[in-house]
Design a protein around this ligand. Structure first.
Ligand SMILES: Nc1nc2c(c(=O)[nH]1)N[C@H]1C(S)=C(S)[C@@H](COP(=O)(O)OP(=O)(O)OC[C@H]3O[C@@H](n4cnc5c(N)ncnc54)[C@H](O)[C@@H]3O)O[C@H]1N2
Ligand code: MOO
Ligand SMILES: [Mg+2]
Length: 402
């Protein structure tokens, strides 16, 4: 802990480890319709009761036959649209078949119709295909009895589709965290209201609510809290009575208008403060009652970055997610960075046309445009300068905002 004047900054990895050590998964499950489970975490392995596809089926509109018959003129003895049940195919016969229709027993190959012609009602293959072509095998996607989605999987568009392909109408997911959110700042005004002198629109509320929503959390929005100790303490008490997590923005730095740290110390305890991260240094973590307290810096980019790097893993751990941190990728910097900081930096960067990384010109933590422009964050270790052409670590927003 620091006295607030000369903070000994905590390395980010240590801070994240300490934060995650405080987080126990919430426990508790609920069963939801598959369509309603986006953003949630699967509570138990999902085992498929069926093979997918359930039978060998055609990948093309064309004709099913036996490969050995490919060079003969074949009578077309049945017509098999998708959804119908075929009859067995005898040697020397072909069947008209459509994409997705079950291949008749006896047939082993499908020839697309463009590679065939009918001669007096009989099928001639004009362009032979290899044996087994265009047949999608039973169970080649999912085998009955296998785990389609493991416990801890986060449910996104692809995993929900996969659950449905295995026939799951409902999914058992972990309990969603209740997160009470408030913004602090006498200067804050809500969009839609006039902007008086000295004021600024409250953007963090919207960023944070959307981030929480994406992570499957239930938001308790306590609005804007003025910059005074009593109001901040009262807001913390209310938040702790209503939520598993209290998430605030602003008022965590060292000015006498920053009341969150003393308020948390009065109402509970402060475990972590001042991280070696840029932007986002005054990030704070503690407890108020049974609730976790997380204080994000007010600057909009600091608030966003600390959420993505520190809060997101914590909220995922609360929900029992298997993967807490995003993948990083090694990419080439397209610019020089001659001014290393003591803090680990997260620069807002974009993929350039050569597959390297370009940087937004203004990296101020107040410039939210930088994050909108960017494709992700360049994760630069503390004290490190780099040059164009050097390899750096890139974390795409596609990973962080999923
Ligand atoms: N003497 C020092 N001053 C500051 C330090 C320091 O080490 N010594 N750290 C700076 C850093 S780094 C950051 S980050 C900020 C964090 O400040 P706070 O968390 O106390 O946030 P505020 O002072 O309340 O606000 C900062 C900035 O952000 C704007 N803001 C706040 N909330 C919102 C919101 N909901 N929507 C949009 N904008 C918001 C606010 O107007 C301020 O401009 O402290 C530095 N100071
Ligand atoms: O940490 Mo502050 O975010 O450098 O502006
Ligand atoms: Mg401040």
């Amino acid at each position: 802990m620091s006295d607030g004047k000369k903070p000994g900054l905590i390395p980010l990895d240590d801070a994240l480890a300490a934060l995650l050590a405080e987080i126990e998964p919430l426990g508790g499950v609920e069963t939801l319709a598959t369509a309603d489970a986006r953003g949630r975490v699967l509570a138990a392995d999902l085992v498929s009761p069926v093979d997918v596809p359930p039978a060998d089926n055609s990948a093309m509109d064309g004709y099913a036959l036996r490969a050995v018959d490919m060079t003969s003129l074949l009578p077309v003895t049945q017509r098999i649209p998708a959804g119908s049940v075929p009859m067995p195919l005898a040697q020397g016969e072909a069947a008209r078949i459509f994409t997705g229709a079950h291949v008749p027993p006896g047939a082993d190959t499908v020839v697309m119709q463009e590679y065939t012609e009918l001669v007096d009602g009989r099928l001639r293959v004009t362009q032979p295909v290899t044996a087994g072509a265009n047949v999608r095998l039973r169970g080649e996607d999912v085998r009955a009895g296998s785990v389609v989605l493991p416990a801890g999987a986060r449910l996104d568009a692809v995993s929900l589709g996969l659950a449905a392909t295995a026939g799951a109408a409902q999914l058992t997911v972990t309990r969603r965290p209740r997160v009470a959110v408030f913004s602090t700042g006498d200067e804050l005004v809500m969009p839609g209201e006039p902007l008086p002198p000295g004021a600024i629109y409250n953007s963090n509320r919207f960023t944070l609510r959307a981030l929480l929503d994406g992570l499957g959390c239930e938001v308790v929005d306590l609005g804007i809290v003025p910059d005074n100790l009593e109001a901040t303490r009262a807001a913390l008490r209310e938040a702790a009575s209503k939520a598993d997590v209290i998430l605030t923005s602003g008022g965590v730095s060292v000015g006498e208008e920053d009341h969150l740290r003393p308020a948390v110390q009065a109402e509970g305890k402060l475990d972590l403060w001042a991280i070696a991260i840029k932007p986002g240094k005054p990030f704070a973590y503690g407890r108020v009652g049974d609730a976790h307290f997380i204080g994000l810096p007010g600057n909009p980019v600091s608030s966003l970055v600390t959420f993505l790097v520190l809060v997101r893993p914590a909220l995922l751990k609360l929900q029992g997610a298997a993967r807490l941190t995003p993948r990083g990728y090694r990419l080439v910097a397209g610019f020089d960075w001659p001014k290393p900081d003591k803090r680990r930096e997260f620069l807002r960067v974009r993929l350039d046309d050569e597959g390297g990384l370009a940087m937004f010109s203004n990296q101020s933590s107040g410039v939210l445009t930088s994050a909108f422009w960017a494709d992700g964050l360049l994760d630069n270790p503390s004290g490190q300068a780099f040059k164009a052409g050097d390899t750096v670590r890139f974390i795409p927003f596609a990973e962080l905002l999923a």
